[in-house]
Design a protein around this ligand. Sequence first.
Ligand code: ZN
Length: 153
Amino acid sequence: MTVDAAANERTASACAFCAGDGGELVWRDARLRVILPDEADYPGFTRVVWAAHVVEMTELDPADREHLMSVVWRVEAAQRETLAPDKVNLASFGNVTPHLHWHVIPRWRDDRHFPEPVWGQPAFGRDAVVAARARTVRALLPAYRAALLRVLG
Ligand SMILES: [Zn+2]
């Protein structure tokens, strides 16, 4: 066992993404899963989570990295097609949960945090438009789920 693998095994025992799916499971294959974590202000917020407890992208072999990113691109395409966001945010941090995952976040100019990241300072005085945006996007989720299943095969 490598040093990295031993360290990964230690952190896996307390890992939320090893303990459960982490949200509504939309699609999975042997290597990864696509989930909707149900963020109240961000319907359509999607995570692509590597199945094994791996911390960094460069721990994956090139074919696995390619597969992971191809799924991220397909999720982004499905969001653009069905949700028509003003912007898609792609992010991978793992500071809180060091288990390889990508956030694919549809963003609108009238959402809770725009133009900040969704983890940043919320904009004030926007509650009504934020709620209206979330309702509009929530109504599109069935079409989004269908698009995900189509593009992910
Ligand atoms: Zn894990």
